[in-house]
Design a protein around this ligand. Structure first.
Ligand SMILES: *Cc1c(COP(=O)(O)O)cnc(C)c1O
Length: 407
């Protein structure tokens, strides 16, 4: 398996395109599987596979050796089933009306945070005639977010044991989620988690899947790996760390290959970013010095230059907060994004007396820095956010395609 597929040129007539490299996801997952050395590896494909496409991401993750898929909600899990993805799936975020009967019928595991949810899962199993609902108990160990609070554990474990004895549920796992605040905070959560597992065993539960770590903890705190890790962002070749070092190479004085000389635990893995966002240049114009650019004239040209128009805006997920800070490449050359990013379009300054950028040229907004593209992390820093938000916020107008999938 090659680490990355080659990108075919942007087809004529396509105005905006996000390309997912399934081979990159598969090889990232295979690399993580090797490095993390855990019994079970869940790849998280919620939020449309972190913007990479739910089904392509899931297929690629399974190709790379994932044995579980994770999603936020039941609808996402059912979408996987409708597409023929039959691997074990866990969904963990539910409302009072979430379709547990459909989940039970489709063999989807539910991570449950309350007695009400546990009872609803048992009721769904009863309706599914003979089947047991696969459940995993979601416990809060510090985030105060999803997961049963500590005071509720005893009752939850007792009821789960009763329902298991009654043949209605199978308690396959126990999970929690860490805050990534500090090593000490995460280890405190791990200690609480171990206490919970001991108490669950005390009432007769035998969960085989014990999972606490997402990408950041899995990479930096081996004791949190337990029997399974839930890997999202790294499967897509992106860093979980806010001040990522994944793509500084091109913009750091001194140069060198991306990530060279860094000791970042993510960078050392050498994973491949799997999403490329691109669009054709749709207009190029020469302008004189002192010209204002886009709304509010937040940028004025310093000298005669050329401006090129890219048909992507904040409605497509390009953060307006990155205005005057973004960078894109055309033909492998970096050009600064200038002026306010508008709803549908933004401008890059191509410079030069004889513009090097022409209408129809392919502009790559972000992609794989190892192949000369601007990284997702660079856009994230320009917008004051994290890579997770950049890839998951792409708008509905952006056409999706994938390359490098198994035939
Ligand atoms: C999103 C999510 C993950 C994956 O997190 P990454 O940082 O992307 O690895 C894992 N577990 C839960 C509960 C999540 O919500």
């Amino acid at each position: 398996m090659t680490a990355a597929a080659t990108l075919p040129p942007l087809p004529a007539g396509v105005l905006r395109q996000a390309v997912t490299d399934e081979a990159a996801i598969a090889s990232n997952v295979a690399a993580l599987r090797g490095v993390l050395d855990v019994r079970h590896l869940m790849v998280v494909v919620k939020a449309d596979g972190y913007g990479h496409g739910l089904v392509p991401a899931a297929r690629a993750a399974l190709t790379g050796g994932a044995d579980w898929l994770g999603v936020a909600d039941v609808d996402e899990a059912l979408t996987l089933r409708s597409a023929g993805v039959m691997a074990p799936v866990l969904a963990w975020l539910h409302g009072p009306g979430s379709d547990f009967p459909a989940a039970a019928a489709a063999g989807i595991d539910l991570a449950l945070s309350s007695l009400a949810q546990l009872d609803a899962a048992a009721k769904a199993a009863r309706a599914a005639a003979g089947g047991r609902a696969g459940v995993q108990l979601a416990l809060d160990t510090g985030l105060n977010r999803n997961g049963a609070p500590r005071e509720a554990w005893a009752a939850l474990f007792r009821r789960a044991a009763e329902l298991e004895a009654a043949g209605l549920v199978r308690v396959r796992g126990i999970l929690s989620h860490v805050s990534n605040t500090s090593e000490a905070d995460d280890l405190a959560q791990l200690a609480l988690f171990r206490e919970a597992v001991g108490r669950a065993r005390g009432v007769g539960l035998r969960p085989e899947l014990l999972h606490l770590a997402a990408t950041a903890a899995a990479l930096t705190l081996p004791p949190t790996r337990l029997t399974m890790v839930r890997i999202g962002i790294a499967a897509y070749g992106l860093t979980p760390f806010e001040a990522g070092f994944d793509d500084l190479g091109a913009s750091t004085a001194g140069g060198g290959p991306p990530g060279a000389g860094t000791d970042d635990p993510f960078t050392r893995l050498g994973l491949t970013p799997a999403l490329t966002l691109r669009a054709p240049v749709v207009a190029v114009r020469r302008v004189a010095a002192g010209e204002g650019v886009s709304y509010g004239y937040t940028y004025r040209t310093a000298g005669p230059t050329s401006l090129a128009l890219i048909p992507l805006g904040y409605a497509d997920g390009i953060p307006r907060s990155a205005s005057n800070r973004g960078v894109v490449t055309v033909g492998g050359v970096r050009y600064p994004q200038v002026g306010r990013i508008a709803m549908d379009q933004f401008i890059i300054e191509a410079g030069g007396r004889d513009p090097a950028v022409r209408v129809g040229d392919e502009a790559i907004v972000f992609g794989d820095p190892a192949r000369g593209a601007v990284g997702v992390g660079e856009w994230a820093r320009a917008a004051g956010t994290i890579g997770y938000e950049i890839v998951t916020r792409l708008g509905r107008r952006v056409g999706r395609t994938s390359v490098g999938g198994a035939a």
